[in-house]
Every structure is written in C-alpha cells, then in structure tokens.
Ligand binder design. Sequence first.
Ligand code: SF4
Length: 372
Amino acid sequence: MDSFEKLKILGQASKYDMCGCGRPNEDDYIKNGIYRVHTPDGICSIFKVLLTNKCHRDCAYCINRFENDTERVSFTPDELARVFMSVKRRHSIQGLFLSSAIDKNPDENMASLIDTARILRTRYSFKGHIHMKVMPGASAAAIEEAAGVANRLSLNVEVPSEKYMGKLTRAKRYGEILNGMSEIKRLKDKGVKVTQTTQFIVGAAGESDREIADEAFALKKDFGLARVYFSAFRPVEGTPMEGREATPLMREYRLYQVDYLYSQYGFTPRDLCYEGDGNLPIDKDPKYVYALNHPELYPVEINAADYESLILVPGIGPISAKRIAGSRKAQPYHDAGELKGTGAVIKRALPFITINGSSPVIQQRPEQLSFL
Ligand code: SF4
C-alpha cells in the first residue's frame, strides 16, 4: 500500500482525538489528514494522524481496539515525516497532531512518535507546532524525550476515576495516566517549554457531569493543564459499545461552559449546581443557574459594583464587565440601553441589575440562547 493510501486510513482514524477548541464537525475533516480547527482567533488547519492503528488493547469505545475488524496499517517515522512535508507544501497547515495506537509497548510506540518529530525538526527544519500524544504507561525518560521535540503533550484520562476506567478497558490504569501528567508537570516546572492537555469522553462509562467537572478542576490545578477537552460519547460500529446511546451534545457544551467558569470567572466546584442525578441542567447555562441559586448577590448596581460582582450577572462577561467598570466613572450609566456598546446581552442582564438604585424596565425572564 502506498503512503497516501495509508494516510486515508490513518488520517481518518485520528478524528476521535480533540486537540483544538471544541468539537470537530463531520465536515471538518478535509482530506489527507487535514482537519479544520475552530479557535477563538478563527479557523485554522492542522494535520492530524496516527502512526499506526494496530493496537493490542481493548478500549470498548475505540474503533482501533484489537478485536475490531478494520484495516490495519502503519507508517514508519521516516515515511510519515515525508508525507507530512509533502502535504504541507501543497496546503496551508498551522500544526501537526501526532498520535498512535499501541501495538508494542508504550515506550516503543513513543520512540516512533519521537523519531517522526525529530526527523521533521532536523532533516526538514520544521519549526511549527507539534502536539504529541503520550502513550499511557510511557516511562519518564520517554516523556522527557517527547518534551524535547513537541510543543504540547497530552494524555487522555477519558473518565474521572479508576472505577470508571475499569468499565471501559482492562489494559489502562488511571494511576499510570496521572503519573504521566505529573511527569510533564515536573518537566514544565524545570523550565522545559511544553504545555499539556487532556480529554474526557462524556458519558461513556455512566459517570456524571459533577464527577467529570470536579476531576477536570483537580487535574488543571494539580498538573497545570492548558486545556481540558470534552467529547460526548458516540457509539462506534463494531465495538462492544455500538448499541449504546450517544451522549447528548448539550452535556459536552455545558461542561465547556463550566470549564470557562473555572478559568475566566474563578469558579470552583462548590459554586456549581447540579440536578439530582449529578448532571448539569441541560436547559439552562451554569452561570444562570448560579444566579438563580444566589438571590443574595443580586441585583448588582451597574454604577458601583466591582468587577467580580459585574461578571456574575448573566449577560455580562469579562469583556463587558471591564468596559462597564472602565467607562462609568467618566460617564455613569442612566438606562439599560447605554449598556449596548459594552457587548453585554441586555435582556438577559435586566432581571439581575439596578442602575442608580432602580430596576431597569422590561423585567421578563430572558431566553438562554448563549452563554456570558
Ligand atoms: S489504546 Fe485503547 S484508545 Fe488507544 S488505540 Fe488502542 S484501543 Fe484505542
């Protein structure tokens, strides 16, 4: 099989790994391993590929698990580096995401990934962004080598604890994934310029949003993760989970909102409100639910409240809160319409604010169509 035939298989096979912002759409796979990635700064393209889809492990959700009837192929490091450069010459690509299934032991598969990145850095002088997947169970020495050639490393926890991991695979240990993350953190603390991320598969093992959100918070704090990705479980044909129901995409979306509350609003797990089953309310965003559960904090006076209080108003985000706090001294607000230029969603904010001590007009409860 020639290299571009392999690329058709191994480029598609990498689609389950998230390495940009948010969920890739079905049409985000362009061709030849190129994926469109949606970032806060716009859309860019990355080359995402597996070195091999041969795997001796048994992860119940995965198309590459050893029992699955799928065509198995591998690149050599030399071959993949050549293929990447050839695609890069013809397309604008902002980065490379390198991953692999595990057909040998974790360190041997890591060695192939590291060789690929090293060939790109030395033979082809590639200076772009490389995000490399670390194989669960890889040694500290292998992780250190990977950090020397990649800009970003990731180990996917997939679930919030060992208990849930045991429901998906017999071959991975939660502890070995945490050990790998801890090793990357140690290298970062030593001054190695590398960042790390992780990913959860939401709803694959029966875990609740609360368990995922609590663990995401702990992992970010303990290991200094740059990003946590959430991927709603989708059953894959031919796997033991093919008959299972897909997780609603809204659960994934709500978890991203929680992550945003952690990183931009200083929320902690105890600030979040869950339904009786431990999941986030599907029909309301978590900041709005927080406001409804804390009537003692509202209304917030637009002309006097500090930044921390302003951002707790539904409809007012960090940018609009800064604009309000920055402009009101020179020109105090007199009515809600003047908030328009700050970016605030006025209808949503109205029930939670006063302006010069009075409640602005239009007191109806707002629709929750977006998140601020
Ligand atoms: S280790 Fe598990 S998730 Fe990774 S490729 Fe193999 S079966 Fe799939």
